[in-house]
Design a protein around this ligand. Structure first.
Ligand code: MG
Length: 164
């Protein structure tokens, strides 16, 4: 049996803040306004993983009102979610991600981000897909006021642990 999950996240951008994607710092004059490090790619991935297991969303597990998550690396949150998934006896098969960002261009970072995700998730690189889109100068993302990401994941359920 398989389970599919989808996740989405958006953050406002502002000058002088760091910009992280998939745990990798990008060279950018703008970064995310966020309680944590504002890594929209990891936040969308976490929501996709939680969603595939019907375990709620990132805000349920890591409330922005909780001071222990202020400025936390989203990689730390992802590792906690992976432990949850292990308890649910599911295995991640692959992920497909799209980041919506006008600038900087993601091309120079794509390989590094995919390698980081593959390493943290324990997946071969050919099961970690990352795509980048601009918004052609339109809307909040097009005006470099926001960044967004969408992630889809497929999980396999360990039938021995979850007999139907
Ligand atoms: Mg977020």
């Amino acid at each position: 049996m398989h389970r599919i999950g989808q996740g989405y996240d958006l953050h406002r951008l502002a000058s002088g803040l760091p910009l992280f994607l998939g745990g990798i710092p990008l060279d950018s004059p703008v970064g995310c306004v966020a309680h944590s490090d504002g890594d929209v790619l990891l936040h969308a991935l976490i929501d996709a993983l939680l969603g595939a297991c019907a375990l709620g969303d990132i805000g349920d597990h890591f409330p922005p009102s909780d001071p222990q998550y202020r400025g936390v690396s989203s990689l730390v949150l992802l590792v906690q979610v992976l432990k949850l998934l292990k308890n649910c006896s599911v295995t991640l098969i692959n992920l497909d991600a799209t980041v919506f960002l006008e600038s900087p261009k993601l091309y120079p970072y794509k390989r590094q981000i995919r390698e980081k995700l593959a390493d943290v998730l324990g997946l071969p690189l050919d099961r970690v897909s990352l795509k980048a889109k601009t918004m052609e100068g339109l809307g909040s993302i097009g005006h470099q006021e926001a960044i967004a990401a969408m992630v889809t994941v497929l999980l396999q359920v360990d039938e021995a642990q979850n007999p139907s």
